[in-house]
Design a protein around this ligand. Sequence first.
Ligand code: T4K
Length: 376
Amino acid sequence: MKRFEEPVLVTRPYLPDLDAFKAGCEEIWGNRWLTNNGPVLRRFQGALAGYMGVPESGLSLFVNGTLALELGFYALGLSGAEVVTTPFTFVATSHALKRIGATPVSADVDPETLCLSPEAAEKAITPRTKAIVPVHVYGHPCDVDGFAKLGEKYGVKIVYDAAHAFGAGLQSHGDMSMYSFHPTKLFHSCEGGLLVFRDESLRERLAELRNFAIKGELSCVDVGTNAKMNELQALMGLECLKAMPGILASRAEIHAAYRDAFAGRADVKFLDPRSFPSSGAEGFSPNYAYCPVLFKDLETRERVYAELKEKCNVFTRRYFYPLLTDFAPYADAKGSCPVAEDAARRVLTLPTYYGLSVDDARAIAGNVLEILDTKV
Ligand code: T4K
């Protein structure tokens, strides 16, 4: 079993070239403009539109992904409505709904992708449902065609929590998608969030809402908040964007190393985003945002998690355990999503980040297999 000298964390942020970042800081110092729709933010917006192939009028930047979601939901008029969503996600998805006075209704996930199942979502729709919020969890593509059909059939909005999906090419789907630019993501702006939306009239509304909903010096039109991205964040985003091809290529290599190491093992289910029926989604290309594996049961998962930490100095994470419905604010739905509950008890996400070597990924996988093969 390999014990790493330095702790291996589940993720590390990509850091751009420091001299290039310093040069950008000099420009910001020269401008003496730090936030409130500055020139670097506008440049970042343009660069993102180019990278993603969407019009600049169809995107909006925020200080973080959670506030982007919250304001996106609010701008779509979801306050007071029921919204069908998945419990197999980070708490932010449902928190953002609750915080604008919507009611998240949990429906179960697909056992292969671990993304919300359109069939389960359809069963949860009531006359009070105004939207469905699937999550491209781990960057895995949801069944976007299935959700498009539900959107049409029931007249509900489809809003993707695409926090994990930057670089996966899924931006043309749904009414709106949110990307998180937190440093634990493959691409980041220190903190940050992006909304991509179909209805371009939302641009102005969102710009208002993220700036207190004030208009000029003399008017305030709604209860907005402060959710503006600042110039230093935008600079970090611009510099990281230059590295996207390299970031994606290195993650593909790490993913392949784990995949090969676990091939043929019945006791490790390695989730491969290339193999899902939904991988045919228009535009999709895997970003390998996470490397999740499923073990046979909770006991095995906990043993692997603990032994990797104690014996190998490897710090994996149990994303997403406990399940959302295990937490007090959402416990009324506990027991309603058996597939998600089962996955939460068996899942472990392995270290994946730019800078982790393929040899280290192989060694981590070897450690996992050795733990599994050791009789207890
Ligand atoms: N929707 C979904 C589906 C999400 O997953 C998230 C966020 C959101 C919405 C909301 O987006 P944001 O508002 O965050 O933009 C992390 C992140 O804080 C959170 O962004 C993320 N999802 C969630 C899945 O994971 P923690 O509590 O696990 O982070 P933490 O601090 O334990 O860091 C994880 C690992 O990364 C550690 O081993 C340390 C390492 N790390 C972390 C940071 C921040 C670094 O090496 N450097 C760093 O700067 O929540």
